[in-house]
Design a protein around this ligand. Structure first.
Ligand SMILES: *Cc1c(COP(=O)(O)O)cnc(C)c1O
Length: 388
């Protein structure tokens, strides 16, 4: 057994990544303040170009958030009343709310217990004549199993909108997230792998027609000025946000490598301590370039909340993504999903726990997390023996 320091560990500390860039960031702010141009301009174009390059797509279009990226994507493929869109239930709310906001029906399907991503067989079972699209989410930084999903999409003539909010830079069989479906949707929310200083989003596509339509819809459907061709929305990426993200983007690959290194270190420590029997380590699929937005373990046997409380007592930050699956949310009650309708999703909601994985995390901090878990499980084992 190794000697574990007992030190507090935050779930996420974005200031550690931003601090070394402080001068560059403030310079960018000063430049924008002095320029007087706060919407559009070369900073936005530069970021769009960089993201398109990173994702290997022809087009990238900035917008106000990841949620808006999803909404605009569905608007562009003309989703509306009477349409059904297949989505996972084990995801953030925005993956499904975009469907409802357009008057269409989200159809929730189950996920894989191993990867937490869409179960292809469940998707096929959910397809009806009204199905127009599916939104695979690349959850926690790992791509969904896209090959069978793209095959289904082709057979049933469905659009595939990738929710890449947690997976910028991830790959599936060598292909970047956001380049495989009709449209990819990204978020620059501060907790994402490329986190901004407020809200921001990006949409990727290889389809020139869709790119043009998305640009139109994101600016009130207005073209030329004050002539409205479609009922669009106002969703733009601020120039200031783009300028700050341009400073951060060149470091993304390095930060991703650190997240990957942290994931490897955790797995090694957990195995050394034989804790891989008490908690189930995240599964990395074959040929998957995982970017570890979250390091999410499973703690089965109804122990998760108790373990989480013990970690909190030891000042170790964790989070449950997500405690209530979308098909069981109050706002979707009218869709009529009963308890037990998506068993894997419901099970995951009671078992998952995300541990600190951010790039600036130190080896000492990871040792502290593993040491705390070792103590927690040892005391649980002792209590069980005492009771027997
Ligand atoms: C963060 C997130 C979104 C929404 O992005 P915002 O920029 O916060 O609007 C959508 N889907 C998933 C899976 C997310 O994690």
């Amino acid at each position: 057994m190794f000697q574990a320091p007992s030190i507090p560990v935050p779930l996420l500390d974005v200031t550690r990544d931003n601090r070394p860039l402080r001068d560059q960031l403030l310079e960018a702010v000063a430049r924008i303040v002095d320029s007087g141009q706060f919407i559009g301009g070369s900073d936005c174009q530069r970021l769009e170009h960089s993201v398109a390059q990173l994702c290997g797509t022809e087009f990238a279009i900035g917008c106000a958030s990841g949620s808006d990226a999803l909404l605009l994507a569905l608007m562009a493929i003309e989703i509306g009343p009477g349409d059904e869109v297949i989505v996972p239930s084990f995801t953030f709310f925005a993956t499904a709310s975009c469907v409802s906001r357009l008057g269409a029906k989200p159809v929730f399907v189950d996920v894989s217990l191993e990867t937490y991503n869409l179960d292809c067989l469940a998707v096929e079972e959910a397809i009806t004549p009204n199905t127009k699209a599916m939104i695979p989410v690349h959850l926690f930084g790992q791509c969904a199993d896209m090959a069978p999903l793209l095959d289904l999409a082709q057979r049933y003539n469905l659009h595939v909108i990738e929710d890449c909010a947690q997976s910028i830079g991830a790959t599936y069989q060598g292909q970047p997230a956001g380049s495989m479906g009709s449209i990819g949707c990204f978020s620059f929310y501060p907790t994402k792998n490329l986190g901004g200083f407020g809200d921001g989003g990006m949409i990727t596509t290889n389809d020139a027609g869709l790119a043009d339509r998305i640009r139109l819809l994101a600016t009130h459907g207005m073209r030329p000025r004050y002539y409205h061709q479609a009922i669009g929305i106002n969703s733009r990426l601020d120039t200031l946000q783009a300028a700050l993200l341009n400073v951060k983007l060149p470091y993304l690959a390095e930060w991703t490598a650190q997240r990957q290194e942290n994931a490897r270190t955790y797995c090694e420590f957990f195995r050394q301590e034989s804790l891989d029997g008490s908690l189930i380590l995240p599964h990395v699929a074959d040929d998957s370039g995982h970017v570890w937005n979250q390091f999410t373990v499973r703690i089965p046997g109804g122990q998760r909340d108790w373990v989480r409380q013990k970690l909190a007592d030891a000042k170790i930050g964790t989070e449950v993504y997500y405690p209530v699956p979308l098909h069981r949310q109050a706002c979707f009650a009218d869709l009529g999903y009963e308890v037990g309708s998506l068993p894997v999703t419901e099970r995951l909601a009671t078992e998952v726990l995300s541990l600190p994985i951010f790039p600036g995390l130190t080896q000492r901090e990871m040792l502290s997390v593993v040491g705390a878990l070792r103590q927690i499980f040892a005391s649980a084992g002792a209590a069980q023996k005492g009771a027997a």
